[in-house]
Design a protein around this ligand. Structure first.
Ligand code: ADP
Length: 490
């Protein structure tokens, strides 16, 4: 019986199945071909033909497996692939470069197995892995780029004279530059986090700053002492920023520590010097002041009287300066104490502004008071000192204006005293540092001063459970507001 007669006997369902199987073979996403022991191909599917650019006639019984691969592939086929196939009956996942009719090559993965029907025939599947190779190459390129970036970061940090590190959000240090390794002798000590090298007294401060920065999404900035390899502590300024890793989505910190030990020591020496100098100056000044007062009360030649008044004014200026320096020393040594008593803010402001009106007769000082009397717990002299300092500054830094506004208000059990001027104003950068010790902003003209008035004022307000803030616009003026707890009396 001929084959044709047999097909005629297939049921329609069988016929359909056969057609489906043939379609699957021909148009599968993989290439298929069958070859004999001598390598000659006797069957090949359409997919593989389309990749190779041959017709079925050009391949069947004319070309061998090794004709379809590059020279290297040919050698591999003869020396490895074919012997293995004969020996074990299958070869899996071998990479070949296939060569198309037009000479173009493309990477493939070949699986071959001995035919179930004949020991002399073999079947092979071919998977085009051009895309996979492309992805692999892209992945590799990205890996190299990341590696390059890491190397660049490490090389830069190696050259830096400062300590550089990165750490995870739980504080585990996962990168240290050479500076940190040698400073902390990290190779021989097990340093996993900052707790291991930060001075115990500074560690709490660091954690506090860290949490604050995390909450407000800002930088950490903290002065602290780090232990070196010999166990000695040196002062550093730690600055760190948080960033999110693109790859993992995890947050991590990168930071530097700048050695500020010599500056710190210099500042300490300066503090010591200022403390001694101000104490030494105070005694002779008090004596001079006493003699000047005596002279004022003595009948002297009228031509000399004006000299006495002028000298007295200068002595008062000198005394204010020395007192300020003494205050700084007291703040530094924790000895600035307040003597609190209940005071009417309305009266205190009226008296203070009145005395300043006499001192600055050309200035217009507007005092705005609420109808109700606002009572505050304060050290009268110290609060007066703050208000005088703020009004003095308002005048000093307002060369084009002679107006100062002082306003007292009460909000949520807090008394607010706002001192407004219409002067040069303050830049946003200066605003952040204005209350630091010895900080002076750049001004378009020369003004005398030491940069300690606002520092002392703030420290005084903090000791009243209050604070001081500033709002300013450059060229338009500034408003310094002091805030302290209050109660209203009728
Ligand atoms: P000093 O006036 O002696 O420099 P302060 O501590 O009182 O010290 O002030 C610090 C700095 O703040 C000043 O040097 C000045 O640059 C700036 N400043 C203070 N008050 C004002 C103001 N009302 N307007 C503009 N700048 C001000």
């Amino acid at each position: 019986m001929s084959q044709a007669t047999r097909i005629v006997h297939l049921t329609p369902q069988q016929q359909e199945l056969l057609e489906d199987a043939e379609d699957l073979y021909q148009n599968s996403p993989s290439g298929y071909f069958s070859f004999r022991r001598n390598g000659k191909i006797f069957r090949i599917n359409k997919t593989l033909l389309s990749w190779l650019g041959f017709t079925e006639e050009e391949v069947i019984d004319k070309l061998s497996f090794s004709d379809l691969v590059t020279l290297g592939g040919k050698l591999f086929y003869q020396n490895q692939f074919y012997p293995l196939l004969i020996m074990q009956g299958f070869v899996n996942e071998v990479n070949f470069e296939m060569r198309a009719k037009d000479g173009e090559t493309f990477p493939v993965l070949v699986n071959a197995v001995r035919s179930t029907k004949s020991d002399d025939n073999f079947r092979a599947t071919v998977i085009d892995i051009s895309d996979r190779k492309k992805y692999e190459q892209q992945l590799l390129a990205q890996k190299y780029a990341a590696e390059d970036q890491r190397k660049r970061f490490e090389n830069i940090t190696r050259l830096l004279p400062e300590i550089v590190w990165t750490c995870s959000t739980n504080g585990t240090i996962d990168y240290m530059n050479d500076m940190l390794i040698s400073y902390a002798n990290a190779k021989h000590r097990n340093i996993s986090g900052y707790r291991d090298i930060v001075h115990p007294l500074d560690y709490k401060k660091l954690l506090f700053e860290w949490k604050r920065a995390e909450r407000s999404n800002s930088e950490v900035e903290c002065e602290l002492q780090l232990k070196n390899s010999s166990g000695i502590y040196f002062w550093f300024l730690l600055r760190a920023v948080c960033f999110k890793e693109e790859e993992t989505g995890l947050k991590r910190w990168v930071g530097i520590c700048i050695n500020i030990d010599s500056q710190k020591k210099l500042v300490r020496k300066m503090d010591e010097f200022l403390s001694i100098a101000s104490h030494e100056l105070k005694t002779p000044l008090t004596t001079i002041k006493a003699y000047m007062q005596l002279l004022e009360r003595t009948e002297i030649e009228p031509s000399l009287a004006s000299y006495v008044t002028k000298t007295n004014k200068q002595v008062i200026k000198l005394q204010t300066l020395v007192n300020d320096l003494l205050d700084v020393s007291k703040i530094q040594s924790g000895q600035l104490k307040m003597e609190l008593s209940e005071v009417s803010a309305n009266t205190l402001l009226t008296d203070t502004v009145d005395s300043l009106r006499t001192l600055y007769p050309k200035h217009e000082m507007i005092l705005v008071l609420p109808q109700k009397n606002i009572m505050i717990q304060c050290d009268r002299n110290r609060l007066e000192q703050v208000i005088i300092n703020l009004i003095n500054n308002g005048i000093k830094y307002s060369p084009q204006s002679n107006k100062i506004e002082v306003t007292l208000t009460e909000k949520n059990d807090k008394a607010e005293i706002a001192i407004r001027d219409f002067g040069i104003g303050i830049s946003p950068e200066d605003k952040k540092k204005l209350f630091d010790r010895f900080y002076r902003a750049q001004t378009p003209f020369v003004t005398p001063g030491l940069g300690i008035g606002l520092y002392i004022s703030r420290q005084i307000m903090l000791r009243h459970s209050g604070d001081i803030r500033v709002e300013s616009e450059q060229g338009k003026g500034s408003t310094f507001t002091i805030v302290l707890p209050s109660k209203i009396s009728a």
